[in-house]
Write a protein that binds this ligand. Structure first.
Ligand code: X8Z
Ligand code: ZN
Length: 604
């Protein structure tokens, strides 16, 4: 069910939609319907069904109970039935003569969704159920320790972020991983059902379905993603080497040996996916240019609402529209105290662009402030492609959708933060630059192998290369290979550590984030050029620049109406994804790391 994070055009139209009865649907199967008529009808029916399905999913995600589970699974089942019908009909038009826009629409319909619908109705029902159950189990997961004290994910994450006590970190790291074994069997069943759906839609397996969304073949996409990873890998290895050395100083070489992968619980994040929370350990020049935005937000009495409004203010400063009133009325930005919700942040495109919302259990921290910008990036995509035909509503590819809010964040320079009163003064010195770059690299560079390996694991699981008996071993093999991190305690096949990360039970493809983290620097560079910035890229902010805003808005308004290289070209002049911009951006830090690592044995 594709709609959970943000409903892409096609995903919306296909996987939601259609309250039509079986009889009506059969009527529509008449072969005389032209391709254009077919597309128009699917869009119309899709919108109708979407209303109901989106409402059911929203309520489920913001109010997890058995009852909302029943309603969401039923809605999911209907949307899968619609998708199945649409795909099977769309196949008939493939290769026939039609206008380019219609051909694009048919092509989009035939792409694989995150969980393609099996032809068999009973299997569709089971698929909808298993997805609803897994996400609900994750969203209501709690770790109760031996003393009987129970904590939710966000509380555990806060410990991971702030504590430097090895054993305390280990307790919460292990604790959160007591939640996921409960749905390991569900996941295994999901893999079977998803593969069946993928086959019925014409793919070899679910991995191939997922790779079909990038205007190239699956094999080409695999190579493309690998090419990008190869571009950034040497820089990651320098960062890893230096971080490991510093952690070894902090915790002792017995805990962090200098020739081994880093224990996964010491990197400031539940999944070791971004490492900015250990910045205090890593700060190159102690005390230079204070970057404690969390403290500033708290001191200045920011609350959830003010954080959202401030983030909106960045987008409107570019000349983009204000958020509709309904956004503030209908979004969930504060964690309810009396019920379980899926706290993992998401942005939703309800009512065909008229009722966009975010769902985020906002806390007053810099990290959450960043995530708010990320979510608003999705929302502004929705707003800008609102008037396209429903089937063209979506990111140029899913990495584009993920990259917009993050691109904006790259403009939150010290000068911007000072303008907002969030830091006192802007210190300009090579030392200040290095500190700033270190903090950002701990977020952006550290993430890259994580962003890559999640779907490496799933691709292998879907293709059968990793069997159900090896889920956990296969997971840790990839964690070690890509990230150079290791489980701090022995794990077994009774565990389901992949399932401790939201996007596994939530079934959200993850390569999109890997692509996004690379493309957002490409976008930032292009926007800075539009804004007339000269000088190093890390000093550029497009805040208040209407030329940059116009260029961004124009790309967003294209949605997925054209192959993604067209959208990329419209903004950047390039037709390829490319990691040169992210590497160039961090040139000062790269030099520093190489110097620091001299004489060290890097690698694991
Ligand atoms: O899931 C998200 C967003 C929602 S699309 C909050 N992100 C990934 C994650 O949290 O794992 C953003 C960056 C990576
Ligand atoms: Zn996102």
């Amino acid at each position: 069910m594709n709609l959970k994070h943000y409903s892409y055009a096609l995903a919306t139209a296909l996987s939601l939609a259609c309250a039509t009865t079986a009889a009506q649907a059969d009527d529509h199967k008449q072969p005389k319907e032209s391709a254009k008529e077919f597309v128009d009808r699917v869009e119309k029916e899709g919108l109708e069904l979407a209303k109901e399905v989106e409402a059911a999913y929203w309520v489920r995600s913001t109010y997890i109970t058995g009852d909302t589970g029943v309603l969401a699974a039923k809605a999911g089942e209907r949307s899968l039935a619609f998708e199945s019908r649409v795909v099977n009909q769309a196949k008939q038009y493939k290769g026939t003569d039609m206008a380019p826009d219609t051909a694009r629409a048919i092509e989009l319909m035939l792409r694989g969704s995150a969980a393609p619908a099996p032809d068999d109705a009973a299997l569709r029902s089971e698929l909808a159920q298993v997805l609803t159950d897994m996400e609900g189990a994750y969203g209501s997961g709690k770790y109760c320790n031996e003393a009987g004290e129970c904590r939710e994910l966000q509380e555990l994450e806060a410990v991971l972020a702030d504590s430097r006590d090895y054993d305390e970190l280990l307790d919460v790291w292990r604790g959160w991983r007591t939640v996921s074994p409960a749905y390991r069997d569900d996941y295994q069943r999901f893999v079977e059902l998803g593969n069946q759906g993928a086959k019925d839609a014409g793919f070899a397996n679910l991995a191939e379905a997922w790779k079909s969304n990038y205007d190239m073949t699956g094999a080409e996409f695999t190579i493309e993603a690998r090419r990008l990873w190869d571009q950034v890998k040497p820089f990651y290895e320098e960062l890893h080497c230096h971080v490991r050395a510093k952690l070894s100083e902090q915790y002792g070489a017995d805990k962090v040996p200098l020739d081994q992968p880093i224990p996964a619980h010491l990197l400031g994040n539940m999944w070791s996916q971004t490492w900015e929370n250990i910045y205090p350990i890593m700060e190159p020049h102690a005390g230079v240019a204070s970057l404690d935005v969390t403290a500033a937000l708290k001191e200045q009495g920011y609350d959830e609402l003010k954080m959202v409004q401030t983030a909106e203010g960045f987008f409107t400063s570019l000349g983009l529209p204000e958020l509709p009133e309904s956004f503030y009325k209908n979004s969930l930005i504060k964690k309810p105290r009396d019920r379980n919700v899926v706290c993992h942040a998401s942005a939703w495109d309800l009512d065909n662009g008229n009722d966009p919302r975010i769902k985020q259990c906002v806390e007053v921290t810099e990290e959450q402030f960043g995530t708010l910008h990320h979510e608003l990036g999705h929302i502004y995509y929705y707003l800008m492609y609102k008037d396209l035909p429903p089937i063209f509503k979506g990111g140029a590819h899913d990495g584009f959708h993920e990259a917009i809010g993050d691109t904006i964040q790259l403009s939150m320079t010290p000068s911007y933060l000072q303008a907002k009163g969030l830091i006192d003064e802007v210190e300009e010195s090579p030392e200040a630059t290095l500190n700033k770059q270190m903090k950002l690299a701990l977020e952006k560079i550290a993430f890259l192998p994580f962003g890559k390996m999640i779907d490496e694991w799933r691709w292998k699981v879907f293709s059968g290369e990793i069997s159900v008996d090896d889920y956990n071993q296969g997971w840790w093999d990839l964690r070690t290979e890509y990230q150079g991190v290791a489980a701090p305690v022995e794990r077994s096949e009774a565990d389901f550590d992949a399932g401790a990360k939201y996007h596994i039970p939530g079934n959200t493809p993850y390569t999109r984030y890997f692509l996004s983290f690379i493309m957002q620097f490409q976008f930032h560079k292009a926007l800075c050029e539009k804004a007339g910035h000269t000088g190093p890229l890390h000093e550029c902010s497009i805040y208040q620049n209407k030329d940059a805003g116009k260029a961004l808005g124009e790309m967003l308004a294209m949605g997925q109406s054209k192959p993604w290289p067209d959208a990329m070209e419209a903004l950047t002049g390039q037709r390829k994804m490319d990691a040169s911009a992210i590497i160039d951006y961090f040139a000062p830090l790269n030099a520093y790391l190489k110097e620091q690592n001299q004489g060290r044995q890097c690698g694991w």
